[in-house]
Write a protein that binds this ligand. Structure first.
Ligand code: AMP
Length: 467
């Protein structure tokens, strides 16, 4: 593999590399540097400083980092720099770099970022994901592409059908490895990696480090550089957190009362199940609120439309399941409301991390039925913080008070809790709650996908699957 950065070296003969700072010092191509600065990235984030130079030098990367840490640019900029050095000749139905993401939304977001960072670089990109027409994807990769961003399910289908050949794929990125694992994609990922060029360069990113991810890293990475950034070091934002104790049947009214407060400018409401997300949305609409909803049963177009409406501010309320919202980066979310507690305590950290981004304050309110107390304790264990109770509707069921208002009145210090992302790096790994979910509905994405484990690229065509 060519480990030299021959594309538009940004250090001219007259310049001393030691004098360069920021992105200019990292060794990326001049075109990319211009686009990166143009995108408003003035200073590289820690993960970018730690991982761009080694990747340019040809090293594999094992990154422990969450979405929000800046990892997309961290893996994109070195790959683009190297691809630009190769010229435009590609074989049909191939991709030079493959970026695998567990969810469609994350894949879309990654491709969007790549397009921004590759502005002016003449690098082609394509997106391959389930839930949308296969035809246009096959057409797009027909002549060969430089960077392909994909979810594992559809990608596996395209490879098996002979519409894509990964033999020329010299860069492989696995994003959100732990989520891939949760969603049952790990065998697909291993097969996909096997089909890429043996001398490829690989980067694996994961927010947590369960044993299976360490195993995967051992199998896929060659002498990797390990980079680890905690969310605390990437943001100074603080999230105010609190719990509202209420019976499940009270939650709907409490939610509507809260949302009547205009201080709740941009709110993401998490529901454990797809059915629950639909029900919350319907109830809100009945109470006169306009809300968008995003979960795995929605078509890709509907999911993207909901996300766009939320992003551009045409709706201020987004109701989401954990899977659908994972990795979504929407700036300026003022509040996260957990309509119920997630089955997996760690999802709480991801949920509340949707707010308080880029230095802004955020508020996270969790509605907790007494039957969810064990889950609440588990959350408190992993964030190592006792969450303050801001309203208790069991003790005084009427009138339903507005917990958001209470925050406004007393944003007392004890409630100001540091973003608890460090819990991910403390070795506690993925914590699952014991026992079954309290509701009768299946939490979205909670069960690993089982139908595909024995499938090989040459195997029987499986039922279409959503990422
Ligand atoms: P990511 O973890 O890649 O999803 O990035 C999280 C957010 O940080 C995105 O909104 C990026 O556009 C932004 N971002 C990434 N790197 C930088 C940087 N060096 N300076 C400013 N913003 C950045």
């Amino acid at each position: 593999m060519n480990t030299q950065n021959t594309a538009e070296p940004i250090v001219s003969a007259a310049q001393d590399a030691d004098q360069l700072t920021g992105f200019a010092a990292l060794g990326i191509s001049g075109t990319l540097l211009k686009a990166t600065l143009g995108a408003g990235y003035t200073e590289p984030k820690p993960i970018q400083i730690q991982s761009i130079p080694p990747q340019l030098a040809g090293r594999d990367i094992f990154g422990i980092a969450q979405t929000g840490s800046g990892k997309t640019a961290a893996f994109t900029l070195p790959i683009l720099t190297k691809i630009m050095a190769l010229g435009t000749k590609r074989r049909p139905k191939t991709c030079r770099a493959l970026i695998l993401a567990p969810t469609r939304e994350l894949a879309v977001q990654i491709e969007d970022t790549i397009k921004i960072l590759a502005k002016g670089a003449h690098v082609s990109t394509a997106l391959v994901l389930g839930g949308v027409s296969r035809f246009s994807q096959v057409k797009k990769i027909g002549p060969g592409v430089d960077v392909l961003v994909a979810t594992p399910g559809r990608l596996t289908d395209l490879v098996r059908e002979g519409d894509l050949n990964l033999a020329d794929t010299k860069w492989l990125v696995l994003d959100e490895g732990d989520r891939m694992l949760d969603m049952g994609f790990i065998n697909d990922v291993k097969r996909i990696a096997k089909a890429t060029a043996p001398d490829r360069q690989t980067a694996l990113f994961s927010a947590t480090m369960p044993d299976e991810i360490a195993e995967l890293a051992k199998g896929l990475l060659k002498n990797p550089i390990r980079v680890e950034v905690s969310p605390q070091s990437t943001t100074v934002a603080e999230i105010v957190q609190g719990v509202v104790i209420a019976r499940t049947k009270q939650k709907r009214q409490i939610l509507s009362t809260m949302l009547a407060d205009e201080a709740m400018k941009s709110v993401i409401i998490f529901s454990r199940t797809k059915h629950g997300a639909d029900r919350v949305t319907k109830d809100l609409e009945r109470d006169g609120f306009k809300a968008a909803v995003i979960h795995g049963n929605k078509s890709q177009n509907a999911r993207q439309k909901a996300l766009n409406e939320f992003r551009d501010g045409s709706v201020r309320i987004l109701v989401a399941t954990d899977i659908a919202a994972r990795g979504i980066d929407v700036p300026g979310i003022s509040h996260v409301v957990n309509f119920d507690l997630p089955d997996e305590a760690e999802s709480y950290v991801h949920r509340i991390g949707r707010t308080g981004r880029n230095g802004m304050d955020g508020i996270a309110i969790t509605l907790c039925d007494p039957t969810e107390n064990a889950k609440l304790r588990q959350v408190e264990r992993i964030i190592r913080t006792k969450l303050p109770i801001i309203a208790d509707h069991l003790a005084s069921p009427d009138p339903v008070r507005n917990p958001a208002e209470k925050y406004e009145r007393q944003p007392a210090d004890p409630r100001r809790v540091k973003r608890p992302g460090g819990a991910n790096q403390n070795g506690s790994g993925k914590k699952h709650f014991g026992g079954k979910p309290s509701g009768e509905r299946k939490p979205e994405g909670a069960k690993p996908y089982k139908g595909n484990n024995k499938r090989r690229f040459g195997g029987r065509k499986p039922a279409a699957r959503a990422a």
